[in-house]
Design a protein around this ligand. Structure first.
Ligand code: NAD
Ligand code: ZN
Length: 249
């Protein structure tokens, strides 16, 4: 039965020429980066800091930089796993329209997918930005300011607050990335959601937008998701082995 699901997905992939892959934190757990909601995930240790708290509280800003630099060695040493590689193979086969990712770890790009085909709807954690004027600040600079005595970084141009270039809960979504993601979802011939609990909105609207646009929807995740009843195929399986098998069939 389970083997049949993998064959079904392989057949769907082989029939497609314009696939959108939509990924969440689950695709990177096999690279050693914990997700949010699994047992042992980041939420068991740390409640997320939402955007309004970051703006209003210096202690929340200090705590978010502490967490950022504590996770840094994990992020810096993580490499793409079999799941990322399988998606990169789809790119090489010319079947991929785009990868839309909620992840901020850069591992799709590291697996060989060109930057312009990876749409990062929750931003990127490898650099920081001024929240007022948008000026980019490199993490090395933030590290040098923050690590010795936890002095908060400030924008050199306008004095504004500096935050990693990620989208926090409560923060506005990036307009251009959401436009591109919506367009890709509407214009694909297969949409595969991988390793996402599909509870974070508006990201989780994208699989439904793809269905409205007429594409079959596949969900690959260890656990059930609230969107399973909308999917044409649901695989509750481990990501790396499954995708590696699919791209070989
Ligand atoms: P989530 O933590 O809510 O859900 C991850 C899902 O993946 C879970 O349902 C889990 O069961 C499944 N999963 C984990 N490992 C798996 C595996 N090996 N095989 C199959 N399934 C597996 O993650 P989300 O939906 O992406 O939402 C959380 C938010 O957290 C996102 O917006 C993202 O920006 C952020 N985040 C990113 C990273 C990263 O960049 N790697 C890590 C943690 C959180
Ligand atoms: Zn500024």
């Amino acid at each position: 039965m389970k083997g049949d699901e993998v064959q079904t997905l392989a057949d769907m992939v082989n029939d497609s020429r314009s696939i959108v892959i939509f990924t969440g934190a689950g695709i990177s757990t096999e690279s050693g980066i914990p997700d949010f909601r699994s047992p042992g995930g980041l939420w068991e240790k740390n409640r997320p800091i939402d955007f309004s708290e970051f703006i209003s509280s210096a202690e929340a800003r200090r705590e978010s930089w502490r967490r950022k630099f504590a996770m840094d060695s994990v992020m810096a040493t993580a490499v793409p796993n079999a799941g990322h590689q399988a998606i990169s193979n789809l790119h090489q086969q010319g079947r991929l329209k785009a990868v839309i990712t909620q992840n901020i770890d850069g591992l799709h790009q590291a697996s060989g997918i060109p930057d312009q085909e990876v749409i990062e709807i929750h931003g990127n954690t490898t650099y920081a930005k001024c929240l007022d004027c948008g000026t980019r600040m490199e993490l090395d600079e933030v590290r040098a300011v923050f690590l010795p005595d936890e002095v908060l970084p400030e924008c050199g141009h306008c004095g504004g607050l500096i935050k990693t270039a990620t989208i926090s809960f409560g923060q506005a979504m990036p307009v251009e990335e959401m436009r591109r993601a919506t367009e890709a979802a509407l214009d694909c011939d297969l949409f595969i959601a991988i390793g996402s609990s599909l509870v974070v909105y508006p990201a989780a609207e994208l699989p439904l937008i793809a269905r409205q646009g007429g594409a079959p929807l596949v969900i690959l995740n260890r656990e059930p998701t609230p969107l399973d009843s909308y999917a044409d195929l649901v695989l509750n399986r481990e990501i790396g082995d499954t995708l590696a098998a699919v791209t070989k069939l």
